[in-house]
Design a protein around this ligand. Structure first.
Ligand SMILES: [Fe+2]
Length: 414
């Protein structure tokens, strides 16, 4: 039985009007929204079935779906046949009588629709009160249509380090159900990838080999809590209108040990994902190709990021320069400060986070570091016919960076 809810208590959602005294805790999220579909994912302590009703903001019901809860306490509905660029409300009914807060979400524009769009991205969510700030209110106020989560949500490896699947699941309950997140999570959809702390600090092929059972438990829990339409690999790509195509890399599941000597045999993403990335980016018809990598291309601490995988990183940059693909931008997190970077061949990158975890000390300045800020932050991406505007905002909304690019500005050149 996989439905424990250790220590939930006051940390979870504001209680709605519950049923006849039997309803347990529950929390929900909308994932992987496309032009015509949205995944509604619910965890419940006690329910056995849910009904998801999707309606327009004007109250017209466009569909109703049912799903059962598994032993993991998760139920998933893929709401389909939705209209593009439309705001919907998803109401969730549970058979234990728990009343859930509805979700508002916006479907993606069609690939040929050039209307302005706004996405947000960041990482690092730990409900420990030590990291409290107004950042989630600030994030919710931006009205981003979707949020890209670059991992460390949850910090599953906070002590005591989980061992079993049950223990890893409990960490997801705490991090997903955190009351502070709910106003934001109920107004936007999420695309997510894991980084290291969902499993263990800086995990890689070496730590996996030393303790496969624990790593498998952690990955199983993550897959349950971030289900993917159709299964398949954790890395994914999706369009958001005419301007944006997003490529969300899995930099953990296929990586060599960080301590291996750099060279052709050392990989961050694996050969299959690497080919998928280059084919996808070079072949994309979107004005901007956003490459989301949990770890930055350089300028971080140690070798857990691409600085320890420079051979493969440079092969990616060389291929993009050889193709002269316009509109390529790298977006990262992980290091716990904001950074604006320029790499070889003119590649540009913005590193954001943390949302709710301690900002980290800054390593020494190096050429290519254009700016940094050691505070809670997230990134905003506004794409329109005028270009791609990238901003980084602090917890109270202070602007840490504001720069606008044309596709030509973001073309890697030899
Ligand atoms: Fe983190």
């Amino acid at each position: 039985m996989g439905r424990s809810a250790a220590g939930l208590g006051a940390a979870l959602l504001p209680q709605g009007a519950c049923g006849p005294g039997e309803a347990g805790e529950a929390c929900s999220i909308v994932l992987d929204v496309e032009a015509g579909a949205a995944l509604v994912v619910v965890w419940s302590e006690t329910a056995t079935r849910m009904t998801v009703t999707v309606a327009t903001v004007g109250g017209i019901v466009v569909g109703r779906w049912q799903a059962g809860f598994g032993d993991d306490g998760i139920a998933v509905v893929d709401a389909r046949d939705l209209e593009a660029s439309t705001t919907y409300v998803a109401a969730i009914g549970l058979d234990d009588g728990k009343v859930m807060e509805p979700h508002g979400f916006v479907t993606a524009p069609r690939d040929d629709d050039a209307r302005p769009v706004r996405l947000a991205w960041s990482a690092d969510i730990d409900p420990d009160p030590a990291y409290d700030s107004p950042i989630f209110e600030t994030l919710a106020a931006q009205g981003a249509e979707a949020f890209v989560s670059l991992g460390d949500w949850p910090y599953a490896d906070n002590p005591p380090l989980p061992v079993t699947l049950e223990e890893y699941r409990d960490r997801h309950v705490l991090a997903r159900g955190w009351a502070k997140l709910q106003p934001w999570l109920h107004g936007a959809s999420v695309r997510a990838i894991l980084d290291d702390h969902e499993v263990g600090n800086d995990w890689d092929a070496g730590t996996y080999a030393a303790d496969p059972a624990r790593h498998d438990a952690a990955l199983t829990a993550w897959d349950e809590w971030f289900p993917r339409r159709g299964g398949g690999p954790r890395y994914q790509r999706w369009r958001w209108g005419a301007h944006l195509e997003c490529f969300l890399l899995d930099t953990r599941s296929f990586r060599s040990s960080s301590d291996d000597v750099d060279g052709p045999a050392k990989t961050m993403v694996g050969a299959t994902q690497l080919a998928w990335l280059l084919d996808g980016v070079i072949g994309s018809s979107a004005a901007f190709k956003l490459i989301f990598t949990t770890v930055p291309l350089d300028f971080g601490h140690g070798v857990d990021h691409w600085a320890g995988y420079l051979t493969e990183r440079d092969a990616i940059l060389d291929a993009l320069a050889a193709a002269a693909t316009p509109g390529v931008l790298f977006l990262s997190a992980d290091q716990h400060w904001f950074g604006a970077y320029q790499h070889r061949l003119g590649a540009r990158e913005f590193q954001v986070g943390p949302l709710a975890r301690g900002p980290a000390p800054l390593p020494p300045l190096r050429p290519g570091i254009l700016g940094r800020a050691r505070e809670y932050n997230f990134g905003l991406l506004d794409a329109s016919v005028d270009g791609l505007r990238v901003r980084a905002l602090g917890a109270a909304g202070g602007v840490l960076w504001d720069e606008t690019f044309t596709p030509a500005d973001l073309t890697l050149r030899r």
